[in-house]
Design a protein around this ligand. Structure first.
Ligand code: GUN
Length: 292
C-alpha cells in the first residue's frame, strides 16, 4: 500500500512558515512582499488560478496587485504594464498568467519580465541558472515537486527517475533539478516524450516516476514496477455524470490501479497542484528579502 504524499498539508505548512517569515520581514526591515499578477482575457481556469494566487497572498500578508485586462489588449499595452512593474520597488514578483491570447507573443512577454522579479522562473536567464546549478528562480511546479520529495524524505541519490513529458514548465526543469549534484537530488534521469515508441519500456524502470503529460490516466499499473514513487502532475477533466458538475479531475496516472504497487504516491487533486502556489509565494518572499 502506498504512502500518500499530501500536497495540501505540505503546502499549508509552507504557507504557515512564510506567514511567520513575512511578519518578521516587515518588523525587521519594513518590507512587505509584493506580487503583481496580469490576467489577460477570461479563460475560466486562468481566472480561478489568479484569484487563488491573490487570495493566498492575502492570507500570508503579501501585497498583491491584480490587473485583469480584456483579451483585446495589445501586445504593446501588456509589455508596458510589465515595464511599469519592473520599475516599481514595491513589486518583488511579476506573473503573467499563461496562456495569453494568440495575438500576443508569449515569449516576448516572458522575456520582458525582469529576471530579478521572475517568480514564475520562465525567463531564459532563470532556466539557464537552473541548468548550470546557479542560484535563481525555479519555476513553481518543479520546485513544488522537489519540496514534496524532500519533505517526504524520499532520497533521490542514485535513483532512476523517469520523467514523462518535456514541457518547458514541468518536464525540462524538473529533469534538470533532479540530476543536479546536491544532497537533495543526484538522481539518474530519463526524459520520455511522444518520440518514445514504447513508453512502458522506460516507465517500468523507474524508481521514481514523474508524469507530466496531460493525458488522463495514461500510466497504468502494468507500466510501473513494485515500490515505485509516483509524482502525478496531471490535472485532467473527465466526464462523470455521477458528479454534480458532470466531470471529475484525474491525474496522468491510474491512481486506483497503481496504488497497491507504489510505495508512495501524490493524489490528484491534493498532490502537486497545491504546491505550485506555495512555491510562487516562496519565490516572491525570496525576491522581497534580497533575492537569491
Ligand atoms: N498557466 C498554467 N500554469 C501557470 C504557471 O505556473 N504560471 C503562469 N504564469 N501561468 C500558468
Amino acid at each position: 500500500m502506498a504512502k500518500i504524499i499530501d500536497g495540501k498539508l505540505i503546502s499549508a505548512q509552507i504557507k504557515a512558515e512564510l506567514k511567520e517569515k513575512t511578519a518578521k520581514l516587515l518588523e525587521e526591515k519594513g518590507i512587505i512582499p509584493g506580487l503583481a499578477l496580469l490576467l489577460i482575457g477570461e479563460d475560466p481556469a486562468s481566472t480561478i488560478y489568479v484569484s487563488s494566487k491573490e487570495k493566498s497572498c492575502k492570507e500570508i500578508g503579501y501585497n498583491s496587485i491584480v490587473r485583469r485586462e480584456p483579451a483585446t489588449i495589445t501586445e504593446l499595452e501588456a509589455l508596458n504594464i510589465i515595464d511599469q512593474w519592473n520599475k516599481d520597488d514595491k513589486i518583488h514578483g511579476i506573473l503573467v498568467q499563461l496562456p495569453v491570447p494568440k495575438h500576443i507573443d508569449e515569449q516576448k512577454i516572458i522575456l520582458a519580465i525582469s529576471p530579478k522579479k521572475d517568480v514564475d522562473g520562465f525567463h531564459p536567464e532563470s532556466f539557464g541558472r537552473l541548468v548550470i546549478g546557479m542560484p535563481g528562480f525555479v519555476s513553481c511546479t518543479p520546485a513544488g515537486i522537489m519540496e514534496l520529495l524532500i519533505r517526504s524524505e524520499i532520497n533521490l541519490k542514485g535513483k532512476h527517475v523517469v520523467v514523462v513529458g518535456r514541457s518547458n514548465i514541468v518536464g525540462k526543469p524538473i529533469a534538470n533539478l533532479l540530476y543536479q549534484k546536491n544532497p537533495h537530488a543526484n538522481a539518474v534521469v530519463t526524459i520520455c516524450h511522444t518520440g518514445a515508441s514504447d513508453l512502458r519500456q522506460y516507465t517500468k524502470q523507474a524508481d521514481v516516476l514523474i508524469a507530466a503529460v496531460g493525458v488522463p490516466e495514461i500510466i497504468k499499473a502494468d507500466d510501473v514496477k513494485d515500490g515505485v514513487v509516483i509524482i502525478d502532475v496531471g490535472i485532467n477533466r473527465v466526464d462523470d455524470p455521477t458528479k454534480e458538475k458532470g466531470y471529475r479531475i484525474v491525474g496522468d496516472v491510474d491512481y486506483e490501479g497503481v496504488f497497491s504497487k507504489a510505495s508512495a504516491i501524490t493524489p490528484v487533486p491534493g498532490g502537486v497542484g497545491p504546491m505550485t502556489i506555495a512555491m510562487l509565494l516562496s519565490n516572491t518572499f525570496k525576491s522581497a528579502s534580497g533575492g537569491f
